[in-house]
Design a protein around this ligand. Structure first.
Ligand code: IMP
Ligand code: MG
Length: 171
């Protein structure tokens, strides 16, 4: 078993999620919100964020797979779509991490075609040095360097998702 080092501990995660929740409450005063989580990595962040927001938050989920081809041709497909209409709704995509930005670009196009009133992006983590798609990201928990991270929803071969902190594999 690989050794996992802590990058962002539980207390720091909690504090930052609380700050993002307060910011979202301020920006969406008096409005209902639809959270669309990107499975499976979003789960911990999604729930921790949603329960700290006093607005009514509807829950939707998508599941997307990306087939790693060459850097420029990474094919993306939708395994699971949302189940309720988002027409006229105020939607926030909830993502675990933005790397190249390809997954989110695909999802933003898909969701825009469903005519929400507004569409924003919240991500727990961002690796700006890896970005190939220019995305406007409204809420970012932490910017991190180009290292592979696990925990708090994020996996390595489906492992480590339930760690209560963000860590990296020491090799
Ligand atoms: P993108 O389409 O390149 O932005 O890839 C984003 C997706 O790749 C995320 O939703 C994650 O599922 C996965 N990913 C990217 N970096 C990491 C990482 O450091 N740890 C775990 N998953 C990652
Ligand atoms: Mg993901």
């Amino acid at each position: 078993m690989e050794e996992i080092k802590v990058l962002i501990n539980k207390a720091k995660l909690e504090k930052r999620v609380e700050e993002l929740a307060k910011q979202i409450e301020k920006d969406y005063k008096g409005k209902d919100i639809v959270f669309i989580g990107v499975l499976k990595g979003c789960t911990m962040f999604f729930i921790d964020l949603a329960k700290r927001i006093s607005n009514d938050v509807a829950f939707e989920f998508v599941e997307i797979s990306s087939y790693e081809g060459t850097e420029s041709t990474g094919r993306i497909s939708l395994n699971k779509d949302i189940t309720e209409s988002i027409k006229g709704k105020d939607v926030i995509i909830i993502e675990d991490i933005i790397d190249t930005g390809r997954t989110l670009q695909y999802l933003v196009e898909l969701l825009k075609s469903k005519n929400p009133n507004s569409l924003r992006i919240a991500t727990l983590l961002s690796k700006p040095s890896r970005r190939v798609i220019d995305l406007n990201v409204d809420y970012i928990g932490f910017q991190i360097d180009d290292i592979f991270v696990v925990g708090y929803g994020l996996d390595y071969n489906q492992k480590y998702r339930n760690l209560p902190y963000i860590g990296y594999i020491e090799s």
